[in-house]
Ligand binder design. Structure first.
Ligand SMILES: *[C@@H]1O[C@H](CO)[C@@H](O)[C@H](O)[C@H]1NC(C)=O
Length: 231
């Protein structure tokens, strides 16, 4: 049985800017993850545990929706489209069964989050498809993984927040998610300053942050519009 690894793989591939390395490299990455069948069962167990803690009783619908999404991704015409156009044209459609299940089961505060996540992925992948090769290559620069003491502290703080949400059985709203992201801007700045010497690398990562920030802004505008409509 296939698992969410596929989708995680797609996201990872998008994040690593495979658009530029041509469709072949993109598909190669998908295939290599597919080959790691042994880790698949582990991922699945972990994800299902997570699903149960977020949406109790929804493990099976989520699994079914995931299988639907996977078969949608598999039907995509790899021959006639570039990786960029595949993501642009089909990601939202293929992922929609999963979005729908989560919209159904999440508490009211979190209902916008699945769509927000999809929009964020689309915005980042469209950004990567637009920028030049040098910036794309810098996004896979390993310097970003040089975690120092301060970065470690930031990561721990985020993990603590996520665990707090899980413990409280609460779900963050889009606004809270965006605030959490904002609260990490200083962490990102200091991390990049100490981990990545090249200014193009730093710019490439900060641009991705800006893209996500823009997605946040469109959501906060739309919720303001909703409030205005009430008056
Ligand atoms: C999930 O899919 C299986 C097999 O198609 C089906 O029997 C089952 O009823 C589905 N479960 C839900 C909750 O949709």
């Amino acid at each position: 049985m296939k698992s969410l690894v596929w989708i995680v793989a797609l996201l990872a591939a998008v994040h690593y800017g495979s658009c530029m390395d041509s469709r072949e490299a993109f598909l190669e990455q998908l295939r290599s993850v597919r080959a790691q069948m042994s880790t698949e069962a582990m991922y699945k167990r972990r994800l299902m545990t997570l699903v149960e803690s977020i949406c109790p009783g929804y493990a099976e619908p989520v699994e079914n929706a995931t299988l639907k999404a996977i078969s949608c991704f598999e039907l995509l015409d790899e021959e006639s489209e570039t990786a960029c156009s595949l993501v642009k044209n089909s990601f939202k459609t293929c992922i929609s069964p999963i979005v729908n299940v989560f919209e159904e089961c999440l508490p009211a505060t979190g209902k916008q989050l699945p769509n927000f996540a999809v929009d964020a992925v689309l915005a980042v992948s469209e950004h990567i498809c637009r920028i030049d090769g040098e910036h794309i290559i810098e996004l896979s620069n390993k310097c970003f993984r040089n975690v120092n003491y301060r970065t470690q502290k930031c990561i721990k703080r985020n993990q603590a927040k996520v665990q707090q949400y899980l413990r409280d059985k609460k779900f963050p709203s889009v606004q809270e998610t965006c605030e959490l992201m904002d609260s990490n801007k200083a962490c990102l700045d200091s991390h990049l300053a100490s981990a990545c010497g090249n200014s193009i690398t730093r710019e490439a990562f900060l641009d991705v942050f800006k893209v996500l920030k823009n997605v946040c802004n469109t959501y906060s505008q739309s919720s303001q519009n909703n409030i205005e409509l009430l008056y």
